[in-house]
Design a protein around this ligand. Structure first.
Ligand code: GLU
Length: 445
């Protein structure tokens, strides 16, 4: 495999898709050795086929706002790869959404879903619609307009969307409601549904909980105790909330959360009712964290800054791609950080990742760390197919086992001759091998 040739051909075909190219490059560099040991992969053009999505739907979403004005957004669904199961992945509603970000997310999702041990292919979708400051009625009308177009292309055994940034239980409710009306069936098709209509217990917490189970495994492998460690979390949405909850429960002290307006430093730790307050902040729809410092005066709000300036043992980016750059990585390392785990998808820039690995910092990529979210979506699909509901304990136990298994897979492929575990390599090789074998078995399609 000639990585540079593949990347330049891809760039020529898809100019300007920087996030997508970044995600592809990371995987190609990781799998190069293994790929070259399997001439059948090269012969079957596995990589050339894997870097192009199976298909992409792009559509216009026109809707009417509360003033009676017509708004026009773009909608997408990238069906990336279904070699190991139906397309599966979230919908992101955020002003930054474009084809490059959704292709990178769909590509990552393919390997992440392979790691979960469950039969799910990779997909991703969304819109450049920003829920910030929108009324409930506007959100509902937008979701309905989005679904009027997308419903024909999804289904319980073809493509199963879920939430992501800007898409939570409320949005899934509106999307699924319209889907059911159009499709005239009640077979799941979405995950992240409300508990009353087929949702799974623990799904809201799953990404954050799973991330902390994974971090625990990383630390255990190095005989480090999570108890008493200080943690910097970015973001304040559903994923951050789950991570803060579990980190606190496991005895760590979370000292930061952040929003687009800046970050909060709370030296006393974000625990108890402060965690519940995160939900209130999110539900306000304003997308800011500053009010936290008014409510809890012992905390400080740092406007337009990121939490990576603080001296902490563990850093957990939980917001969005490339939110932690080379400068941030240098600052964290200089301040003695022990472990950095991406909870957001591709939360660190390529340069930051390279530095963490060079300096032998315990570092793990999003596709392993945050796989608990989609894994629990897989468990929701199983419950829907069986028409039953498992208890919270049962789901949590399965989630915990899956995260341990993902960690094992990372160790298997990420442990070289030295002591250092390269989780990026481990996750990419483990995910890739499963998808590649499934593609080989199914012929040229
Ligand atoms: N959006 C989440 C992710 O990035 C969850 C996807 C899902 O549950 O399908 O993995």
């Amino acid at each position: 495999m000639k990585i540079d040739n593949i990347l330049s051909a891809l760039e020529a075909k898809h100019p300007g898709e920087n996030e997508f190219l970044q995600a592809v490059k990371e995987v190609l560099v990781s799998i190069e050795d293994v790929y070259n040991q399997h001439p059948e992969f090269e012969k079957n053009r596995i990589i050339e086929r894997l870097v192009e999505p199976d298909r992409i739907f792009t559509f216009r979403v026109a809707w009417v706002d509360d003033q009676g004005d017509i708004q026009v957004n773009l909608g997408y669904r990238v069906q990336f790869n279904n070699a190991i199961g139906p397309y599966k992945g979230g919908l992101r509603f955020h002003a930054s959404v474009n084809l490059s970000s959704l292709k990178f997310l769909g590509f990552e999702q393919t390997f992440k879903n392979a790691l979960t041990t469950l039969p799910m292919g990779g997909g991703k979708g969304g819109s450049d619609f920003s829920p910030r400051g929108k009324s409930n009625a506007e959100i509902m009308r937008f979701c309905q307009a989005f679904m009027l177009e997308l419903w024909r292309n999804i289904g319980p055994d073809t493509d199963v969307p879920a939430g992501d940034i800007g898409v939570g239980t409320r949005e899934i409710g509106y999307l699924y409601g319209m889907y059911k009306k159009l499709a005239r069936e009640n077979t799941g098709t979405f995950t992240g549904k409300g508990l009353e209509y087929g949702g799974s217990l623990v799904r809201p917490e799953a990404t954050g909980f799973g991330a902390l189970y994974f971090v625990q495994e990383m630390l255990n492998a190095k005989n480090i105790d999570l108890k008493g460690k200080t943690v910097a979390v970015s973001g304040f949405g559903n994923v951050a909330w789950g991570a803060v909850t579990k980190a606190t429960e496991l005895g760590a002290k979370v000292v930061t959360i952040s929003g687009p307006d800046g970050y909060i430093y709370d030296p006393e730790g974000i625990s108890g009712d402060k965690i519940e307050y995160m939900l209130e902040l999110r539900n306000s729809g304003d997308d800011i964290v500053a009010p936290y410092a008014q409510k809890y005066p012992n905390s400080v709000f740092h406007a337009s800054k990121k939490p990576w300036l603080e001296k902490v043992d563990i850093a957990l980016p939980c917001a969005i791609q490339n939110e932690l750059n080379l400068n941030d990585a240098e600052t964290l390392i200089n301040n003695g950080v022990t472990c950095v785990a991406e909870v957001s998808n591709m939360g660190c820039t390529a340069e930051a990742v390279d530095l963490f690995i060079e300096k032998k910092i315990l570092f793990a990529p999003g596709k392993a760390v945050n796989a608990g979210g989609v894994a629990t979506s897989g468990l929701e699909m199983s419950q829907n197919a069986m028409h039953i509901q498992w208890s919270a304990e049962e789901v949590d136990k399965k989630l915990h086992e899956i995260m341990k298994n993902i960690h094992e897979q990372c160790l298997k492929f990420g442990k070289g001759n030295e002591q250092y575990i390269n989780y990026v390599k481990g996750a990419n090789v483990a995910g890739f091998m499963k998808v590649a074998r499934a593609m080989m078995a199914q012929g040229v399609i």
